[in-house]
Write a protein that binds this ligand. Sequence first.
Ligand code: ADP
Ligand code: K
Ligand code: ZN
Length: 431
Amino acid sequence: MYWNPVVEKMSKSELNELQERKLRQTVEFAYRYSEFYRKLYDKAGVKPEDIKSLEDLEKLPFVKKQDLRDNYPYGMFAVPLKDVVRIHASSGTTGKPTVTGYTYSDLELWTESLARGLYSAGVRREDVIQNAYGYGLFTGGLGFHYAAEKIGATVIPASSGNTQRQIELMRDLGTTVICCTPSYMVYLAEYAEKMGVSLRDDTKLRMGFFGAEPWSEETRKRIEEKTGIDAINVYGTSEISGPVVTECHEKAGIHFWSDIFIIEVIDPETGERLGEGEKGELVVTVLGKEALPMIRWRTGDITAIIEEKCNCGRWHPRIERIVGRADDMFIVRGVNVFPSQVEYALMQVKEVSEHYQIVLDRDEAGLDVMTVLVEINPEYKDKVSYEDVRKKVTETLKSYLNVTPKVEIVEPETLPRFEGKAKRVIDKRKV
Ligand code: ADP
Ligand code: K
Ligand code: ZN
């Protein structure tokens, strides 16, 4: 049941004590060795000695994406390059890519965290793990690779792409666990069907780790119903190592290991800390990270913290499913909308598939127009009137979003498919 029983079974107070000690060391290390942190803390008038307890964390200024950009590529590193054993780069979803570096000990920390997560969800050395996250500068591939190897599972380093081959490998090599983005899993399932392969009956697939982009609870249900697997949510950003934390087998929020992370949720406008259960921006401190210390890192991701003990017996806090990034949110006629809300609403309508796209534009009067394109569910294609489905989807979106989008029901396989992170929103208002 436990990969690292000593820490996984600790009580809340034992964990807090451990966090406090590691926080002091982490702040001291960053201040001493990273010029960036020294300047940041000097400017804010805080010294490492001021940070004695977890409450004192609030005295420290945040670190933001812009800081990484301003110090591109190595300006924030706390160790010389000779101690850095690996470099990754973020995918640059929101601008110029940023670079992250790892000492050997950083890699071990990352691997330990993810291995623990995989194990808590039920992965064992008997598993055959097909890793369809991209290998390369993106952290997904190598992150899963080493964590799965650490458990002793059999890793198939498939990387992303070549969908037909993915399905052949899955069937022929006895894959039990798949790792990829949720949008790619939806595509894999669709493709397998076309090849005449039932993921449920013709493969040993039993579990999948899906992340790197927002997805909804309804999509989880659809993936699980279609393929018979357990779909587990996994989270990370390159700044906090890569994919690094997952849900346990309870599938009730992603656990952040308290001996490795301190998490907070803040009001993105004011920076003030929010209480348990309140939705805001996730802020992560990684304890003991060397090459690129991350203390109060503003992730940009919107979620809430769950402090109470999980049914799995662990006190390590969890976060709720991420709604999206603060900057993914778009505004249509004054109403805030996250793409994941559109997905959630669409998945309530059984006559449409998981493939959709959102187009934002302006009409002749200069008013925002949001168009949602969604493919008809092939199972219903010949059984329903597209016009009825269109009305039903429009009503459902209207009730969830408080705006009335234009809806187009399109033929199966006409919208783009994605091998990595999906691009759902096309904003023509910006050009
Ligand atoms: P980039 O910022 O270039 O996309 P990363 O590749 O590090 O860099 O991506 C990290 C981001 O991916 C997170 O900040 C978050 O927005 C998104 N993400 C990762 N996992 C999840 C998840 N399980 N649910 C929702 N969003 C996720
Ligand atoms: K290994
Ligand atoms: Zn749990």
